[in-house]
Design a protein around this ligand. Sequence first.
Ligand SMILES: [Zn+2]
Length: 122
Amino acid sequence: MECVNCDREILDAALYCQWCGARQPTLSEEIAQAGREMAEAAAAVAQRVMEAAKPVARDIVRTAKPAVEKATRKGVQAAEKAARKTEPIVSEARRATKRAARRTARITTEAARKVKKAAKAK
Ligand SMILES: [Zn+2]
């Protein structure tokens, strides 16, 4: 292998360079260094991807905005239309419920009177 300092050929297992005396990295140090370099490279790639994606994202937002606004407007219109159409039905249902409640009250009162009368007759 080559010395990390002077680049001269040294024994593969050498801990120190026989020419310049520089300490050679151990296998675990080399693995750790490789890991750090890989992490740095991955971070750099991620950074570049994000930077490249920014204008694309802006473009998508700019392009999609009118469509989203149009869809929202249509949704609101549809909701208003539905509200207008159901309004009379809801009102009618409310009136019918009131009528039914009044009728029930009348029938109940009438029944109570009949029961009272029958009790008195005994
Ligand atoms: Zn050396």
